[in-house]
Write a protein that binds this ligand. Structure first.
Ligand code: ADP
Length: 460
C-alpha cells in the first residue's frame, strides 16, 4: 500500500450519514495529527458540505487522503454524482471554506467534486507508510456512533470552544486594561514633556527679548562712544595745533634766543604735541568711520597712478638699505572704488610693514581673484603670533614687545584700515608667522559697489 491510497472512504446517501461522515472526519483528523480545534473545524466543514450536497440530491463518495500542499495536509474529496451547479455550490460553501485551508469546487464530466484540505501542524508525527497502514487499519475498525452520541460530542466541543472564547475575552480585557494604563502613562509623559517644552520656549523667548534689548543698548553705547571720541578729538585738535605752532615760534630765529636746556624742552613739547595730534587725528578718523559718517566717493580708480604715488610718498620712509621697498606694477589697471580711502588703507599697511621690518623686503601687489581684487602687502618683518591676529585690529592694541623700527604708533591704524575696507565693501585679513613676516590682504569686490551703496541705509 502507498501514501496516496485513501485512508478511509464513505458514501453519503441519507441524512443519518452526515453524522457518520462527521464522526469519521474527526477520527481521521485526530489520527493524522491535527489538533483538537482543527479536528472540530474539519468535522464541522465536512458536515456542512455534506448537508448542502444532500439537499442537492444524488449520492456522494467521501474520500480521506494525506496529500502534500507544500507541507502534508489532510485532504477530503467529496465526489457528488450530480453534475452542474458548481458555481452556486461554491457560493454556498464560501463561509464554510474559512474553516479549512483550501476549498475547491470542480465540475468534472460525471459530477461535481468538492475538495478541501487542512495542513498538518509542524509538530505532527511523521506519516511513514507503516504509520499510514496503522491508521487505515484503526479507521477500518471505526464504528459510527448514533446521532445522539454525535450530539454529545458536539456539545462537549461547544463547551470547550465557549471556554476558550471566554479565556480569550478575559485575556483581551486584561490586555486592554494594560494598554489603557500604558496610554495613560504615555499621555502623562507627553503632557510633562510638552509642559517642559513650553517652559523652555518661554525661557528662550525671554532670552531673545533680553538679547535684543542688550544689543540695542550696546549699539547706543557704541554710538555714544563714537560721538564722544569725535567731539573730544575735534575739540583737542585746535589747542594741540596751537601748541605745535607756538613751539615752532619759540624756536624761530626771529624769537629771543633760548638756552640749550630751554631749546631741548621746547623740542620735547613740540614732539609730544605732534604725537598727540596724530593720536587725535586717528581717533577722529576712526570715530567718523564708526559713526557711518564716511561716505565713499565712487570713481574709476587708476591703480597704476595710485601705486606710483604710494611708491613716491613712502620711499622716504624706507630709509634702511637692508629693506627693499617694492611696489609692483598693478596687473589690474582700474577699479571702481574711493580713491582716497583705498590709498589710506594701503598707506597704513605699507607704513606698518616698513615700521616692523628690519631687513628683507616690503612689497605691494594686486591680483584678481574670482569676482574680487586682492591687494597684498607682504613684509619679512617681525611677524605677529597667531593668537594675536584678531587683537591687532582692536583699538589701541599693540603687540607687546614688538619693536617698531621708527617710533611709536597709536594702535589705531589697523582698526581704521579694517573699517575703511568694510566701507569699501570688502575686508582685511592677516597671515603672519613671528620671525618670518606678515602678509596683509585687502580684498575688495571688482564689481561696481556704488549701486549697492545707494540702496543701503543712509548714514546718520
Ligand atoms: P600702530 O602701528 O600705530 O601701533 P596699528 O593698529 O597699525 O597701530 O597696528 C597695531 C599693532 O599691530 C602694531 O603696534 C604692531 O604690534 C602690529 N603690527 C601691525 N602691522 C604689523 C606688521 N606689518 N608687522 C608686525 N607687526 C605689525
Amino acid at each position: 500500500m502507498n501514501r496516496s491510497e485513501p485512508l478511509a472512504r464513505m458514501s453519503l446517501r441519507v441524512e443519518q450519514d452526515i453524522f457518520a461522515v462527521r464522526q469519521l472526519g474527526r477520527e481521521v483528523a485526530r489520527a493524522v495529527g491535527l489538533e483538537s480545534q482543527d479536528q472540530t473545524r474539519v468535522a464541522t466543514a465536512l458536515s456542512e458540505v455534506c448537508r448542502v450536497l444532500l439537499v442537492a440530491g444524488a449520492d456522494t463518495d467521501v474520500t480521506f487522503r494525506v496529500e502534500s500542499y507544500g507541507v502534508p495536509a489532510l485532504q477530503v474529496t467529496m465526489a457528488h454524482s450530480a453534475a452542474g451547479g458548481s458555481s452556486r455550490l461554491a457560493e454556498q460553501l464560501q463561509l464554510v471554506g474559512r474553516l479549512v485551508d483550501t476549498m475547491e469546487v470542480d465540475d468534472g464530466g460525471i459530477g461535481t467534486t468538492v475538495r478541501m484540505a487542512r495542513r498538518l501542524p509542524s509538530g505532527a508525527p511523521v506519516l511513514t507508510s507503516t504509520k499510514m497502514d496503522e491508521i487505515r487499519a484503526a479507521l477500518a475498525q471505526h464504528v459510527p456512533g448514533t446521532p445522539l452520541d454525535e450530539l454529545a460530542v458536539q456539545n462537549q466541543q461547544l463547551i470547550a470552544a465557549l471556554d476558550e472564547v471566554r479565556a480569550q475575552r478575559d485575556d483581551l480585557a486584561r490586555l486592554n486594561a494594560e494598554l489603557e494604563e500604558t496610554n495613560r502613562g504615555v499621555m502623562a509623559l507627553y503632557h510633562q514633556l510638552s509642559d517642559e517644552l513650553e517652559e523652555t520656549n518661554r525661557g528662550v523667548v525671554a532670552l531673545y527679548a533680553e538679547l535684543d534689548e542688550k544689543s540695542v543698548q550696546l549699539r547706543a553705547a557704541s554710538e555714544a562712544k563714537s560721538r564722544f571720541l569725535a567731539n573730544v578729538s575735534h575739540e583737542l585738535r585746535a589747542p594741540v595745533t596751537a601748541i605745535i605752532g607756538l613751539g615752532r615760534l619759540m624756536t624761530d630765529s626771529s624769537s629771543d634766543e633760548l638756552t640749550v636746556d630751554q631749546q631741548r624742552q621746547v623740542d620735547l613739547i613740540r614732539s609730544s604735541a605732534s604725537d598727540l595730534l596724530s593720536l587725535v587725528n586717528g581717533l577722529l578718523d576712526l570715530a567718523k568711520a564708526e559713526a557711518g559718517r564716511l561716505e565713499p566717493t565712487w570713481s574709476e580708480v587708476d591703480l597704476k597712478a595710485m601705486f606710483g604715488q604710494l611708491r613716491g610718498t613712502l620711499r622716504p620712509l624706507a630709509t634702511r638699505p637692508e629693506v627693499e621697498f617694492v611696489v609692483d606694477e598693478p596687473t589690474v589697471p582700474t577699479l571702481r572704488s574711493d580713491e582716497v580711502l583705498l590709498a589710506q588703507v594701503l598707506r597704513n599697511l605699507l607704513t606698518n610693514a616698513l615700521k616692523f621690518t628690519e631687513s628683507g623686503s616690503v612689497r605691494l601687489s594686486v591680483r584678481p581673484i574670482g569676482a574680487d581684487v586682492e591687494f597684498v602687502v607682504a613684509d619679512t618683518g617681525t611677524g605677529i603670533p597667531s593668537e594675536l591676529h584678531e587683537r591687532i585690529f582692536e583699538e589701541f592694541y599693540q603687540v607687546p614687545g614688538s619693536m617698531s623700527v621708527s617710533g611709536r604708533g597709536t594702535g589705531l591704524g589697523l582698526p581704521y584700515a579694517r573699517r575703511l575696507a568694510g566701507i569699501l565693501g570688502g575686508g582685511l585679513r592677516v597671515a603672519s608667522t613671528p620671525g618670518t613676516g606678515s602678509t596683509f590682504t585687502l580684498q575688495l569686490p571688482a564689481a561696481d559697489q556704488s549701486a549697492a551703496d545707494k540702496t543701503s541705509e543712509p548714514a546718520s
